[in-house]
Design a protein around this ligand. Structure first.
Ligand SMILES: Cc1ncc(COP(=O)(O)O)c(C=O)c1O
Length: 402
């Protein structure tokens, strides 16, 4: 089966919401993946910040295979050890005084957070505050909180009063939040907006405002959590703790899992029967997440991520090209800032030369490789980057002329 045949079958059988992705993948090994025609790529996007251990990591393979062969599914009618172990591990990494609800994806983790804060707020509070251009998922509640108008508006109204403020603007947030606010939903760095960090001190400001007004502080670390920034969690950098934390993506290293963590009084805010999921906390997904956490620890991947992230940033800064304005982000979660809306061409030309990157915004390329990427692999990409940018520039010029 060739890539083009597979893409044709995709178009004929899969709904058109994703369009037809340009590359058809069949195999992954470490940071390398192969398409259906046998072409090799350096994976610099890791399934959108998911495959943190790379592809086919023996620890993940062993944990998943063993669990699938032992007990693949229980539902929430039964207790099983992997789920309890994983919750304990997460609570340990977060410093205690917390409990976890497991879901299957990011959007479901945020739906759980939404219900949790509503339950904890009681009846007086009636509105939410979230950030312009923010992204919290595609299901109705998460979408209502999503600041990207183009993807939210066609599906509203949602029956929720959500007020949007500019990302990272503490003054605007202070204006918007009072004692009638249920919760503030924040990303530490906006991933889908183009890896846009909040200014230093912003999370501490959100914490103080929520303490003052009694609104819940919900931190969406679905993209930033589990090592991506070189810390277990991005909020640990600022030494603040939210009331509710949501996780997914890198947690399962490629297996679908999400988590909603409640701290303090939010740990026990749900009543029995308030929420549930047939697959949430599935043993195979939990075994994968345990393997991810163990491997990040045993292979020193937090420190490695910081070092590789700094190296990547430094080397990008060293590339001088008219299309490249600079870079932003932290750890192995970066955006190439382009001087114009050339991201689609850069993504395409990178793939032609064997690099998978993501045109996350018209003028930004997201780079979020597996956390196991090596200096040599970063070097290969940086060496090719000027050629990729030249080709993107030529393609843009050609498009403009035609
Ligand atoms: C910050 C953030 N929240 C929520 C989500 C939704 O996650 P999922 O696609 O797993 O539903 C995403 C996905 O990109 C995300 O980046």
């Amino acid at each position: 089966m060739t890539s083009s045949e597979l893409r044709e079958r995709f178009a004929a059988s899969i709904m058109p919401n994703y369009g037809v992705p340009p590359v058809a993948l069949t195999l992954g090994r470490g940071c390398e993946v192969y398409d259906a025609d046998g072409r090799q790529y350096l994976d610099l996007i890791a399934g959108i910040a998911v495959s943190s251990l790379g592809h086919g990591h023996p620890a993940l393979v062993k944990a998943v295979a063993h669990q699938a062969a032992t007990l693949a599914h229980t539902s929430n009618l039964f207790v099983h050890e992997r789920e309890v172990q994983l919750a304990e591990r997460l609570v340990g990494l977060l410093g205690g005084d917390a409990k976890v609800f497991f879901a299957n994806s990011g959007t479901e983790a945020n739906e759980a957070a939404l219900k949790l804060v509503k339950r904890a707020a009681g009846s007086g509070r009636h509105y939410f505050v979230a950030a312009d251009k923010g992204f919290h998922g595609r299901s109705a509640g998460s979408l209502a909180l999503t600041g990207k108008e183009s993807i939210r508006e066609p599906f509203g109204p949602f029956g929720m009063d959500v007020r949007f403020v500019p990302h990272g603007d503490l003054e605007a947030l202070t204006e918007a939040v009072d004692e009638n606010c249920v919760a503030v939903f924040v990303e530490p760095t906006q991933g889908e907006a183009g890896v846009v960090p909040a200014p230093e001190g912003y999370l501490a400001g959100v914490r103080a405002l929520c303490d003052e007004t009694g609104a819940a502080f919900v931190l969406d670390e679905i993209q930033s959590g589990i090592g991506r920034t070189g810390q277990w969690f991005a909020h640990q950098e600022e030494g603040v703790r939210p009331d509710v934390l949501t996780l997914a993506k890198g947690l399962g290293g490629g297996l679908p899992i999400g988590a909603c963590v409640g701290f303090g009084r939010y740990a026990d805010a749900f009543h029995k029967g308030d929420h549930g999921s047939t697959f949430g906390g599935n043993p195979v997904a939990c075994a994968a997440a345990l393997a991810v956490i163990d491997t990040i620890e045993s292979e020193g991947l937090l420190a490695h991520t910081s070092v590789m992230g700094d190296l990547l940033a430094e080397q990008i800064e060293g590339v001088k090209h008219p299309l490249l304005a600079g870079q932003r982000g932290s750890g192995l979660w970066r955006a190439l800032e382009l001087t114009g809306p050339h991201a689609a061409h850069v993504q395409e030309q990178a793939a032609v030369r064997g690099f998978l990157v993501n045109a996350v915004a018209p003028d930004a390329i997201r780079i979020a490789p597996p956390l196991v990427i090596t200096p040599e692999q970063i070097g290969v990409f940086i060496e090719a980057l000027p050629t990729v940018l030249d080709a993107a520039e030529a393609a843009a010029t050609k498009e403009h002329q035609s």
